[in-house]
Design a protein around this ligand. Structure first.
Ligand code: PLP
Ligand code: ZN
Length: 420
Protein backbone atom coordinates (compact mmCIF):
# COMPACT_ATOMS: atom_id res chain seq x y z
CA UNK A 1 0.00 0.00 0.00
CA UNK A 2 1.30 3.41 -0.94
CA UNK A 3 -0.40 5.61 1.68
CA UNK A 4 2.10 8.02 3.15
CA UNK A 5 -0.01 9.65 5.84
CA UNK A 6 -3.38 11.19 6.68
CA UNK A 7 -3.67 14.97 6.77
CA UNK A 8 -6.30 16.95 8.70
CA UNK A 9 -8.28 19.18 6.34
CA UNK A 10 -8.74 21.70 9.16
CA UNK A 11 -5.34 22.09 10.85
CA UNK A 12 -2.99 20.30 8.47
CA UNK A 13 -1.67 17.94 11.18
CA UNK A 14 -0.34 14.64 9.91
CA UNK A 15 -1.42 11.29 11.31
CA UNK A 16 -0.17 7.75 10.85
CA UNK A 17 -2.68 5.52 9.04
CA UNK A 18 -3.23 2.99 11.85
CA UNK A 19 -6.24 0.71 12.24
CA UNK A 20 -8.26 2.88 14.58
CA UNK A 21 -7.99 6.39 13.24
CA UNK A 22 -10.88 8.07 11.44
CA UNK A 23 -10.50 11.81 12.13
CA UNK A 24 -7.93 14.31 13.47
CA UNK A 25 -7.31 13.84 17.18
CA UNK A 26 -7.47 17.64 17.69
CA UNK A 27 -10.69 18.23 15.78
CA UNK A 28 -12.95 15.20 16.13
CA UNK A 29 -15.58 14.76 13.42
CA UNK A 30 -14.79 18.23 12.02
CA UNK A 31 -11.19 17.17 11.37
CA UNK A 32 -11.75 15.19 8.20
CA UNK A 33 -8.60 13.47 6.99
CA UNK A 34 -7.22 13.43 3.48
CA UNK A 35 -5.28 10.34 2.41
CA UNK A 36 -1.88 11.24 0.99
CA UNK A 37 0.06 8.86 -1.26
CA UNK A 38 3.65 8.25 -2.17
CA UNK A 39 3.29 8.90 -5.90
CA UNK A 40 6.91 8.06 -6.64
CA UNK A 41 6.35 4.60 -5.16
CA UNK A 42 3.14 4.14 -7.15
CA UNK A 43 4.92 5.18 -10.34
CA UNK A 44 7.75 2.78 -9.63
CA UNK A 45 5.39 -0.14 -9.05
CA UNK A 46 2.82 0.37 -11.79
CA UNK A 47 2.32 2.06 -15.16
CA UNK A 48 -1.13 2.87 -16.52
CA UNK A 49 -0.67 0.25 -19.26
CA UNK A 50 -0.11 -2.40 -16.60
CA UNK A 51 -3.43 -2.16 -14.74
CA UNK A 52 -4.91 -5.61 -14.29
CA UNK A 53 -8.11 -6.59 -16.07
CA UNK A 54 -11.29 -7.57 -14.34
CA UNK A 55 -12.92 -6.97 -10.94
CA UNK A 56 -14.20 -3.48 -11.66
CA UNK A 57 -12.84 -0.76 -9.37
CA UNK A 58 -10.12 -3.01 -7.90
CA UNK A 59 -8.32 -2.62 -11.21
CA UNK A 60 -6.94 0.57 -9.64
CA UNK A 61 -5.68 -1.15 -6.52
CA UNK A 62 -2.15 0.35 -6.76
CA UNK A 63 -3.82 3.75 -6.22
CA UNK A 64 -6.04 2.59 -3.34
CA UNK A 65 -5.43 2.56 0.43
CA UNK A 66 -5.45 -1.22 0.91
CA UNK A 67 -2.76 -3.56 2.15
CA UNK A 68 -1.59 -6.11 -0.40
CA UNK A 69 -3.26 -9.03 1.39
CA UNK A 70 -6.62 -7.40 2.12
CA UNK A 71 -9.53 -9.33 0.57
CA UNK A 72 -12.20 -7.33 -1.29
CA UNK A 73 -15.93 -8.12 -1.36
CA UNK A 74 -17.02 -10.34 -4.26
CA UNK A 75 -19.88 -8.20 -5.61
CA UNK A 76 -18.48 -6.51 -8.71
CA UNK A 77 -18.46 -2.72 -8.34
CA UNK A 78 -17.37 -0.25 -11.01
CA UNK A 79 -16.57 -0.66 -14.70
CA UNK A 80 -19.72 1.32 -15.44
CA UNK A 81 -20.38 2.66 -18.97
CA UNK A 82 -19.35 6.06 -20.27
CA UNK A 83 -21.93 6.96 -22.87
CA UNK A 84 -21.65 9.56 -25.60
CA UNK A 85 -24.80 11.68 -25.41
CA UNK A 86 -25.12 13.53 -28.71
CA UNK A 87 -28.87 14.13 -28.60
CA UNK A 88 -28.74 15.43 -25.03
CA UNK A 89 -25.80 17.65 -26.03
CA UNK A 90 -27.77 19.08 -28.97
CA UNK A 91 -30.74 19.78 -26.70
CA UNK A 92 -28.45 21.85 -24.47
CA UNK A 93 -26.57 23.61 -27.29
CA UNK A 94 -23.40 21.61 -26.59
CA UNK A 95 -21.22 19.44 -28.82
CA UNK A 96 -19.19 17.07 -26.71
CA UNK A 97 -21.03 15.42 -23.85
CA UNK A 98 -20.59 12.09 -22.09
CA UNK A 99 -22.59 10.51 -19.30
CA UNK A 100 -20.92 8.21 -16.79
CA UNK A 101 -23.78 5.97 -15.70
CA UNK A 102 -23.47 4.89 -12.09
CA UNK A 103 -27.10 3.80 -12.02
CA UNK A 104 -25.96 0.39 -13.26
CA UNK A 105 -23.88 -0.34 -10.17
CA UNK A 106 -24.97 -3.54 -8.36
CA UNK A 107 -27.10 -1.70 -5.78
CA UNK A 108 -27.97 1.14 -8.15
CA UNK A 109 -25.78 4.06 -7.12
CA UNK A 110 -22.23 5.39 -7.06
CA UNK A 111 -22.18 4.69 -3.31
CA UNK A 112 -21.18 1.09 -4.09
CA UNK A 113 -17.64 2.34 -4.71
CA UNK A 114 -17.37 3.71 -1.17
CA UNK A 115 -19.19 0.84 0.49
CA UNK A 116 -16.99 -1.73 -1.23
CA UNK A 117 -14.00 0.14 0.17
CA UNK A 118 -15.64 0.19 3.63
CA UNK A 119 -16.11 -3.58 3.62
CA UNK A 120 -12.51 -4.14 2.53
CA UNK A 121 -11.17 -1.78 5.23
CA UNK A 122 -13.41 -3.42 7.85
CA UNK A 123 -11.96 -6.81 6.91
CA UNK A 124 -8.48 -5.35 7.10
CA UNK A 125 -8.97 -4.32 10.74
CA UNK A 126 -10.90 -7.48 11.61
CA UNK A 127 -14.19 -5.69 12.35
CA UNK A 128 -17.24 -7.87 12.96
CA UNK A 129 -19.98 -5.31 12.35
CA UNK A 130 -20.11 -2.22 10.10
CA UNK A 131 -22.48 0.67 10.57
CA UNK A 132 -23.37 3.79 8.62
CA UNK A 133 -25.70 6.72 8.53
CA UNK A 134 -27.12 7.52 5.14
CA UNK A 135 -29.82 9.38 3.25
CA UNK A 136 -30.50 5.96 1.68
CA UNK A 137 -28.09 4.96 -1.05
CA UNK A 138 -24.92 4.66 1.03
CA UNK A 139 -26.82 2.32 3.32
CA UNK A 140 -28.32 0.28 0.50
CA UNK A 141 -24.82 -0.01 -0.94
CA UNK A 142 -23.32 -1.05 2.39
CA UNK A 143 -26.11 -3.58 2.91
CA UNK A 144 -25.46 -5.11 -0.51
CA UNK A 145 -21.69 -5.21 -0.19
CA UNK A 146 -21.95 -6.64 3.33
CA UNK A 147 -24.39 -9.29 2.12
CA UNK A 148 -21.96 -10.31 -0.61
CA UNK A 149 -19.23 -10.75 1.97
CA UNK A 150 -21.29 -12.23 4.82
CA UNK A 151 -20.65 -9.31 7.18
CA UNK A 152 -23.44 -7.89 9.38
CA UNK A 153 -24.30 -4.18 9.20
CA UNK A 154 -26.38 -1.67 11.13
CA UNK A 155 -27.97 1.20 9.23
CA UNK A 156 -29.15 4.61 10.47
CA UNK A 157 -31.46 6.40 8.02
CA UNK A 158 -33.89 9.28 8.49
CA UNK A 159 -37.45 8.02 8.80
CA UNK A 160 -38.22 9.86 5.54
CA UNK A 161 -35.89 7.63 3.46
CA UNK A 162 -37.64 6.41 0.27
CA UNK A 163 -39.36 3.05 0.85
CA UNK A 164 -37.58 1.39 -2.09
CA UNK A 165 -34.20 2.08 -0.51
CA UNK A 166 -35.31 0.80 2.90
CA UNK A 167 -36.79 -2.33 1.30
CA UNK A 168 -33.51 -2.89 -0.52
CA UNK A 169 -31.51 -2.72 2.73
CA UNK A 170 -33.90 -5.10 4.49
CA UNK A 171 -33.81 -7.54 1.57
CA UNK A 172 -30.02 -7.63 1.89
CA UNK A 173 -30.47 -8.54 5.57
CA UNK A 174 -29.28 -5.29 7.13
CA UNK A 175 -30.42 -4.17 10.58
CA UNK A 176 -32.20 -0.90 9.74
CA UNK A 177 -32.89 1.86 12.25
CA UNK A 178 -35.33 4.51 11.02
CA UNK A 179 -34.24 7.54 13.02
CA UNK A 180 -36.94 9.97 14.11
CA UNK A 181 -35.11 12.95 12.71
CA UNK A 182 -33.21 14.05 9.62
CA UNK A 183 -30.00 12.76 8.06
CA UNK A 184 -27.85 15.01 10.21
CA UNK A 185 -29.36 13.52 13.36
CA UNK A 186 -28.97 9.99 11.98
CA UNK A 187 -25.31 10.82 11.29
CA UNK A 188 -24.63 11.96 14.84
CA UNK A 189 -26.47 9.00 16.35
CA UNK A 190 -24.45 6.60 14.23
CA UNK A 191 -21.20 8.23 15.40
CA UNK A 192 -22.23 7.69 19.02
CA UNK A 193 -23.33 4.11 18.45
CA UNK A 194 -20.18 3.18 16.54
CA UNK A 195 -18.08 4.53 19.35
CA UNK A 196 -20.16 2.88 22.05
CA UNK A 197 -20.38 -0.59 20.47
CA UNK A 198 -16.96 -0.50 18.72
CA UNK A 199 -18.52 -1.02 15.26
CA UNK A 200 -16.57 -0.17 12.12
CA UNK A 201 -17.94 3.20 10.94
CA UNK A 202 -18.52 3.89 7.25
CA UNK A 203 -20.00 7.38 7.75
CA UNK A 204 -19.37 9.64 4.79
CA UNK A 205 -16.61 12.20 5.39
CA UNK A 206 -15.89 10.72 8.80
CA UNK A 207 -14.26 7.60 7.45
CA UNK A 208 -11.38 8.99 5.35
CA UNK A 209 -11.43 6.09 2.89
CA UNK A 210 -14.87 6.68 1.39
CA UNK A 211 -13.65 9.41 -0.97
CA UNK A 212 -10.85 7.00 -1.97
CA UNK A 213 -13.43 4.46 -3.08
CA UNK A 214 -15.45 7.10 -4.90
CA UNK A 215 -12.39 8.43 -6.71
CA UNK A 216 -12.34 5.30 -8.85
CA UNK A 217 -15.14 6.88 -10.91
CA UNK A 218 -12.64 9.49 -12.14
CA UNK A 219 -9.99 6.88 -12.81
CA UNK A 220 -12.47 4.99 -14.98
CA UNK A 221 -13.67 8.09 -16.81
CA UNK A 222 -10.11 9.02 -17.78
CA UNK A 223 -9.12 5.50 -18.76
CA UNK A 224 -12.30 5.05 -20.84
CA UNK A 225 -11.33 8.21 -22.71
CA UNK A 226 -7.85 6.89 -23.45
CA UNK A 227 -6.38 8.97 -20.58
CA UNK A 228 -7.59 12.22 -22.13
CA UNK A 229 -9.03 14.30 -19.29
CA UNK A 230 -12.23 16.18 -20.19
CA UNK A 231 -12.51 19.97 -19.82
CA UNK A 232 -15.35 19.72 -17.32
CA UNK A 233 -16.70 17.09 -14.93
CA UNK A 234 -20.06 17.76 -13.33
CA UNK A 235 -21.81 15.94 -10.49
CA UNK A 236 -24.56 16.54 -7.96
CA UNK A 237 -23.57 17.36 -4.39
CA UNK A 238 -25.04 16.59 -0.96
CA UNK A 239 -22.32 15.91 1.62
CA UNK A 240 -19.70 16.68 -1.01
CA UNK A 241 -17.93 13.32 -0.75
CA UNK A 242 -18.53 12.32 -4.39
CA UNK A 243 -17.24 15.69 -5.58
CA UNK A 244 -14.23 15.28 -3.28
CA UNK A 245 -13.65 11.78 -4.61
CA UNK A 246 -13.92 12.90 -8.22
CA UNK A 247 -11.32 15.57 -7.49
CA UNK A 248 -9.06 13.13 -5.65
CA UNK A 249 -9.02 10.67 -8.54
CA UNK A 250 -8.13 13.40 -11.01
CA UNK A 251 -5.47 14.80 -8.66
CA UNK A 252 -3.90 11.36 -8.35
CA UNK A 253 -3.80 10.92 -12.13
CA UNK A 254 -2.30 14.37 -12.62
CA UNK A 255 0.33 13.75 -9.94
CA UNK A 256 1.25 10.47 -11.64
CA UNK A 257 1.36 12.12 -15.05
CA UNK A 258 -1.34 9.74 -16.35
CA UNK A 259 -3.42 12.75 -17.48
CA UNK A 260 -2.04 16.14 -18.42
CA UNK A 261 -4.63 18.61 -17.16
CA UNK A 262 -7.10 19.11 -14.33
CA UNK A 263 -10.71 19.48 -15.52
CA UNK A 264 -12.94 22.20 -14.06
CA UNK A 265 -15.32 20.65 -11.56
CA UNK A 266 -18.91 21.81 -11.41
CA UNK A 267 -21.10 20.87 -8.45
CA UNK A 268 -24.90 20.86 -8.63
CA UNK A 269 -26.96 21.41 -5.52
CA UNK A 270 -30.70 21.37 -5.01
CA UNK A 271 -31.94 24.91 -4.30
CA UNK A 272 -33.57 23.54 -1.13
CA UNK A 273 -30.31 21.99 0.07
CA UNK A 274 -27.76 24.53 -1.05
CA UNK A 275 -25.30 24.93 1.82
CA UNK A 276 -22.22 24.70 -0.40
CA UNK A 277 -23.63 26.58 -3.38
CA UNK A 278 -24.68 29.40 -1.07
CA UNK A 279 -21.29 29.47 0.67
CA UNK A 280 -19.63 29.57 -2.74
CA UNK A 281 -21.86 32.39 -4.04
CA UNK A 282 -21.38 34.49 -0.90
CA UNK A 283 -17.73 33.72 -0.26
CA UNK A 284 -18.53 32.28 3.17
CA UNK A 285 -16.08 30.19 5.19
CA UNK A 286 -17.44 26.65 5.54
CA UNK A 287 -15.31 26.11 8.65
CA UNK A 288 -17.89 28.05 10.61
CA UNK A 289 -20.98 28.40 8.42
CA UNK A 290 -23.91 26.92 10.37
CA UNK A 291 -26.22 24.17 9.11
CA UNK A 292 -29.21 25.00 6.93
CA UNK A 293 -32.63 23.37 7.05
CA UNK A 294 -32.76 21.23 3.89
CA UNK A 295 -35.73 20.15 1.80
CA UNK A 296 -35.69 18.75 -1.73
CA UNK A 297 -37.26 16.05 -3.88
CA UNK A 298 -33.72 14.74 -4.40
CA UNK A 299 -33.49 12.87 -1.08
CA UNK A 300 -29.87 11.88 -1.75
CA UNK A 301 -28.92 15.58 -1.80
CA UNK A 302 -30.86 16.59 1.31
CA UNK A 303 -28.15 17.57 3.77
CA UNK A 304 -28.16 20.40 6.35
CA UNK A 305 -24.45 20.37 7.09
CA UNK A 306 -22.38 18.80 4.29
CA UNK A 307 -19.90 16.58 6.10
CA UNK A 308 -17.30 16.77 3.36
CA UNK A 309 -17.62 20.52 2.92
CA UNK A 310 -13.91 21.27 3.22
CA UNK A 311 -12.89 18.85 0.51
CA UNK A 312 -15.85 19.84 -1.67
CA UNK A 313 -14.94 23.54 -1.53
CA UNK A 314 -11.31 22.70 -2.20
CA UNK A 315 -12.34 20.72 -5.30
CA UNK A 316 -14.23 23.68 -6.72
CA UNK A 317 -11.64 26.30 -5.76
CA UNK A 318 -8.58 24.40 -6.97
CA UNK A 319 -10.04 23.52 -10.34
CA UNK A 320 -11.53 26.88 -11.31
CA UNK A 321 -14.97 25.31 -10.97
CA UNK A 322 -18.30 26.52 -9.63
CA UNK A 323 -21.51 25.47 -7.95
CA UNK A 324 -24.93 25.85 -9.53
CA UNK A 325 -28.37 25.41 -7.99
CA UNK A 326 -31.48 23.80 -9.43
CA UNK A 327 -35.01 23.80 -8.07
CA UNK A 328 -37.14 20.70 -7.60
CA UNK A 329 -39.23 21.30 -10.69
CA UNK A 330 -36.11 21.46 -12.86
CA UNK A 331 -34.82 18.27 -11.21
CA UNK A 332 -38.07 16.43 -11.93
CA UNK A 333 -38.17 17.71 -15.52
CA UNK A 334 -34.64 16.43 -16.03
CA UNK A 335 -35.66 12.82 -15.31
CA UNK A 336 -37.59 12.32 -18.59
CA UNK A 337 -35.17 14.58 -20.49
CA UNK A 338 -32.21 12.36 -19.60
CA UNK A 339 -34.21 9.17 -20.04
CA UNK A 340 -35.53 10.09 -23.50
CA UNK A 341 -32.31 11.46 -24.92
CA UNK A 342 -29.91 8.82 -23.58
CA UNK A 343 -31.86 5.80 -22.32
CA UNK A 344 -30.57 6.46 -18.80
CA UNK A 345 -33.24 6.41 -16.09
CA UNK A 346 -32.01 8.36 -13.06
CA UNK A 347 -33.27 9.09 -9.57
CA UNK A 348 -33.79 12.81 -8.83
CA UNK A 349 -30.26 13.31 -7.44
CA UNK A 350 -28.80 11.81 -10.60
CA UNK A 351 -31.02 13.73 -13.02
CA UNK A 352 -30.17 16.94 -11.13
CA UNK A 353 -26.87 17.02 -13.00
CA UNK A 354 -28.74 17.47 -16.28
CA UNK A 355 -30.74 20.35 -14.83
CA UNK A 356 -27.47 21.75 -13.53
CA UNK A 357 -25.76 21.47 -16.90
CA UNK A 358 -28.58 23.48 -18.44
CA UNK A 359 -28.03 26.22 -15.84
CA UNK A 360 -24.25 26.08 -16.32
CA UNK A 361 -24.67 26.49 -20.09
CA UNK A 362 -27.01 29.44 -19.62
CA UNK A 363 -24.53 31.10 -17.25
CA UNK A 364 -21.58 30.54 -19.57
CA UNK A 365 -19.88 28.19 -17.10
CA UNK A 366 -19.63 25.71 -19.96
CA UNK A 367 -19.55 26.46 -23.68
CA UNK A 368 -20.16 24.49 -26.85
CA UNK A 369 -16.40 23.96 -27.22
CA UNK A 370 -16.06 22.18 -23.89
CA UNK A 371 -15.57 18.45 -23.65
CA UNK A 372 -17.91 17.59 -20.76
CA UNK A 373 -18.54 14.53 -18.61
CA UNK A 374 -21.60 14.44 -16.35
CA UNK A 375 -22.13 11.67 -13.81
CA UNK A 376 -25.50 10.05 -13.23
CA UNK A 377 -25.13 9.00 -9.61
CA UNK A 378 -28.25 6.84 -9.08
CA UNK A 379 -30.85 4.61 -10.73
CA UNK A 380 -34.42 5.81 -11.36
CA UNK A 381 -35.93 2.70 -9.80
CA UNK A 382 -34.67 3.95 -6.43
CA UNK A 383 -37.50 6.46 -6.24
CA UNK A 384 -40.44 5.52 -8.42
CA UNK A 385 -42.72 8.06 -6.73
CA UNK A 386 -40.57 10.91 -8.02
CA UNK A 387 -40.37 9.31 -11.45
CA UNK A 388 -44.18 9.26 -11.57
CA UNK A 389 -44.34 12.92 -10.60
CA UNK A 390 -41.81 13.74 -13.30
CA UNK A 391 -43.83 12.21 -16.12
CA UNK A 392 -47.03 13.78 -14.83
CA UNK A 393 -45.21 17.12 -14.91
CA UNK A 394 -44.21 16.36 -18.50
CA UNK A 395 -47.91 15.82 -19.28
CA UNK A 396 -47.49 12.13 -20.03
CA UNK A 397 -49.68 9.31 -18.84
CA UNK A 398 -50.53 5.80 -19.96
CA UNK A 399 -53.65 5.07 -22.07
CA UNK A 400 -56.43 3.00 -20.55
CA UNK A 401 -57.74 0.64 -23.22
CA UNK A 402 -60.17 -2.23 -23.41
CA UNK A 403 -58.46 -5.56 -24.19
CA UNK A 404 -59.55 -5.25 -27.79
CA UNK A 405 -57.78 -4.14 -31.01
CA UNK A 406 -60.46 -1.66 -31.97
CA UNK A 407 -59.73 0.24 -28.76
CA UNK A 408 -56.09 0.53 -29.81
CA UNK A 409 -57.14 1.65 -33.27
CA UNK A 410 -59.39 4.31 -31.78
CA UNK A 411 -56.36 5.94 -30.15
CA UNK A 412 -55.08 7.03 -33.59
CA UNK A 413 -51.44 6.26 -32.71
CA UNK A 414 -48.67 7.37 -35.06
CA UNK A 415 -48.03 4.79 -37.79
CA UNK A 416 -51.42 3.18 -37.31
CA UNK A 417 -53.37 2.79 -40.52
CA UNK A 418 -50.26 2.30 -42.66
CA UNK A 419 -49.58 -1.18 -41.30
CA UNK A 420 -51.18 -4.24 -42.87
C1 PLP B 1 -25.03 10.35 -2.15
C2 PLP B 1 -25.55 10.76 -3.46
C3 PLP B 1 -25.25 12.00 -4.03
C4 PLP B 1 -24.44 13.04 -3.34
O1 PLP B 1 -23.20 12.59 -2.92
P1 PLP B 1 -22.43 13.36 -1.73
O2 PLP B 1 -21.19 12.60 -1.55
O3 PLP B 1 -23.35 13.27 -0.54
O4 PLP B 1 -22.25 14.76 -2.17
C5 PLP B 1 -25.74 12.26 -5.28
N1 PLP B 1 -26.52 11.39 -5.95
C6 PLP B 1 -26.83 10.18 -5.43
C7 PLP B 1 -27.71 9.28 -6.21
C8 PLP B 1 -26.36 9.83 -4.18
O5 PLP B 1 -26.70 8.64 -3.67
ZN1 ZN C 1 -6.90 18.79 12.89
Amino acid sequence: MHVRRLKCMRCGAHHEPNDHIYVCSCHGPDGILDVEYDYAAISASCRREELQDGQGMWRYRPLLPLRADTPVPPLRVGATPLIQADRLAAELGLHRLWVKDEGVQPTGSLKDRASAMAVAKAREVGAEIICTASTGNAAAALAGLCASDGLPCVIFVPESAPPAKVAQMLAYGATVLLVEGDYDQAFDLCLQAADHFAWYNRNTAFNPYMAEGKKTVSLEICEQRGWQAPDVVMVSVGDGCILAGVHKGLSDLLALGWIDKMPRLLGVQAAGSNYLAEAWARGEDVNDKTAICPGTVADSLSVGLPRDRLKAMRAIERTGGAFVQVDDEAILQAIPTLARLTGIFAEPAGAAVVAGLKVAASQGLVTADDDIVIINTGNGLKDVGSARRSVTLAGDSAYMVAADLSAVEALGLAGAGGAK
